[in-house]
Design a protein around this ligand. Structure first.
Ligand code: A3P
Length: 345
């Protein structure tokens, strides 16, 4: 009898203990997230009226909760109206460069309570069929946000597509444009690796990088190869500069975003006139992935998908040298135009 009572007591104590630990963990988590939910200072300049645009305490909760529910179709239109939610055209666009780290940049900026990302690449300005659907179609593709927040979308094809600068200019001539670049040869190999993976998935054979990047007749760099052309950043940028002044662009160092993301993100916050809100707490190095991952609070964190951070095939060092020599003068011009020197080899 005594033994039975003791067992019952032990069981009760265990339940109570678990409840206490659970509540404690919940409280710690709440405090952790509330810390990031404090109202922040107004966004200055174009992004909102000075002095009145305070971010509500629930901004991040909304980003992780209501918005998610709305996307899943679980939130009513009434709730959207009650929360003053709107679908806003982007105030900033990550226009490229493909394989520069565009996804990482978008996801990391989305850590900021004032930023709301369009999750999918919308391809509005580079795809004639989409563009023909009109600006309202584009706006409807945007996520719901508070009026004080800014929407950012990324479609890396914008950077290299001829018609895009004029089309974006027509939408908003004072839009902010983000370009994330990596050392051009590495970027070209990353681009090749992505295409190669697609071919392998379809059981198709594909040429070696060396064969595509170097013209076998002239033994010179093959400028017809798209992965090479995309890496001539200055050529593409010059087309954009016919529409937008250089002050409207911000160059993100994609190689540094991999190894040391915070300072790069802080530069973007400044460029977007956002109060500094992303901190080292939000970024932690995941040794298994070999990349920084994102921490929203002590419960919610995420790494980018496995398709980001592929292992590149080995490339003949003489081809790498040739490519680097080829890109060198273009890089110098790019530094000169943008005012950002990246010390690429
Ligand atoms: P690799 O796959 O060549 O390593 P994009 O999003 O524009 O396609 O760019 C993909 C690149 O983002 C990846 O190229 C990877 O190196 C880089 N990247 C930068 N930060 C990253 C992160 N935190 N996690 C995963 N990939 C990241």
């Amino acid at each position: 009898m005594l033994f039975k009572q003791q067992a019952w007591l032990r069981q009760k104590l265990l339940v109570l203990g678990s409840l206490a630990v659970g509540s404690l963990l919940y409280l710690v988590a709440r405090v952790g997230s509330l810390d990031r939910l404090q109202p922040i200072c107004p966004i200055e300049g174009r992004f909102g009226a000075r002095g009145q645009a305070e971010f509500p305490l629930r901004a991040l909760q909304f980003k992780r909760g209501l918005l998610h529910e709305f996307r899943k179709g679980n939130t009513s239109k009434e709730q959207v109206r009650l929360h003053d939610l709107v679908q806003q055209l982007p105030k900033a666009i990550i226009i490229g460069v493909r394989k520069g780290g565009t996804r990482a940049l978008l996801e990391m900026l989305n850590l900021h309570p004032a930023v709301v990302k369009a999750s999918q690449e919308i391809h509005f300005f580079d795809n004639d069929e989409n563009y023909a659907k009109g600006i309202e179609w584009y706006r409807k593709k945007m996520p719901f946000s508070y009026p004080q927040q800014i929407t950012i979308e990324k479609s890396p094809a914008y950077f290299i597509t001829e018609e895009v600068p004029e089309r974006i200019y027509k939408m908003n001539s004072s839009i902010k444009l983000l370009i994330i670049v990596r050392e051009p040869t590495t970027r070209a190999i990353s681009d090749y690796t992505q295409v190669l993976e697609g071919k392998e998935r379809k059981n198709k054979t594909y040429y070696k990088f060396e064969k595509l990047a170097i013209d076998p007749n002239t033994c010179e760099v093959n400028t017809k190869y798209k992965a090479v052309r995309t890496s001539i950043y200055t050529k593409h940028l010059e087309r954009w500069l016919k529409y937008f002044p250089i002050e409207q662009f911000h160059i993100v160092d994609g190689d540094r975003l991999i190894t040391e993301p915070l300072p790069e993100l802080q530069l973007v916050e400044k460029f977007l006139n956002l109060p500094p809100r992303i901190s080292q707490y939000n970024l932690y190095f995941n040794a298994t992935r070999g990349f920084y991952c994102l921490r929203f609070n002590i419960i919610f964190n995420k790494c980018l998908a496995g398709s980001k951070g592929r292992i590149h095939p080995e490339v003949d060092p003489s081809v790498i040298t040739k490519l680097r020599k080829f890109f060198h003068p273009f890089n110098q011009k790019f530094y000169q135009i943008t005012g950002r020197t990246l010390n690429w080899p």
